[in-house]
Design a binder for this molecule. Sequence first.
Ligand code: SAH
Length: 243
Amino acid sequence: MKVYFVGAGPGDKELITIKGFNILKRAEYCIYAGSLINKELLSVLPSTARKYDSSKMNLENMVEVFKEAKAENKDLVRLHSGDPSIYGAIQEQMHALNKLQISYEIIPGVSSFVAAAAALNQELTLPGVTQTIVITRMEGNTPIPEKEHLSKLALSTPTLCIFLSIEKISEIVEILLPHYGKDCPIAVVYKASWPEQMIIRSRLSDIENIVKNEAITKTAMIIVGHVLDKEFDRSILYSKNVC
Ligand code: SAH
C-alpha cells in the first residue's frame, strides 16, 4: 500500500502527467483538492474508489483516511492542484505518513505559474532582462517571514509570480511601484488552461482598476516583470557560436 501525491496540473485535464494518470486509474482511494482540480479527472478512478474532497477536511480527517486505506491495503492518491510542492501543505501529510509507517511518492505536476506563462506565450527568463523567477504570495493566514517581504524581493526586479493574492492587488502595486516603475508590465491570468481562462495585460499603474472591473477574486496568477516587454537579447544557447 502506498500514498501518491499527484500533481493534477492547473486545470486542463490533459496537463496531468502520464504517470499520475496511470496511478489515478488504479487507485482505490482519492483525496482531491476540490476547489482547484478538474473534477473530470475523478472519472478516471475505478468506479469502486472512495473519493474525499480535501477542502472539507483537516489534516486529522486525512490521517483517518490514510489509516483506512492502510487497513485495506489499498493505494491512495492525494490529488493536488498544479504541483504538490508549491503551497500544497504536503510536508505535514508526509510527516503523518512517516508516523503511520506508510510509504509515499510524489508525482510532480504542471504548476499554475508555468501554465500562466504558457497562456501568455511568454518566457519568464529573458537574456538581458532577468534570469531569475521568484515565486511568492502575500500574507494571508500564513505569515510571511519579514526578510521575504515583497518590497525586499522586488529589489533585484526579478520576474515575480505571485500566488494566492489577487485580492491584494492594490497593496502589491503600491509595494512594487518604486522598484519596477509605473510602466512595468503586469499580467493577471485567471484560471489558466481552463475554458474560462482570462488574460489581462496591463501596466503597474493601471492593473488595479481592470482587476476590480473584471471582479477577479480568486484562482489567478499575477506575473510582474520587464520580461513582459518585448525587448531582450538573443539567447546564448541557440546562438551561431554555440551550435
Ligand atoms: N500547487 C498549486 C498552487 C496551489 S495555491 C500550483 O502549483 O499551481 C492556489 C493558487 O494557485 C491560487 O490562488 C492561484 O494563485 C494559483 N492557481 C491555481 N490554479 C490556477 C490556474 N489555473 N490559473 C491561475 N492561477 C492558479
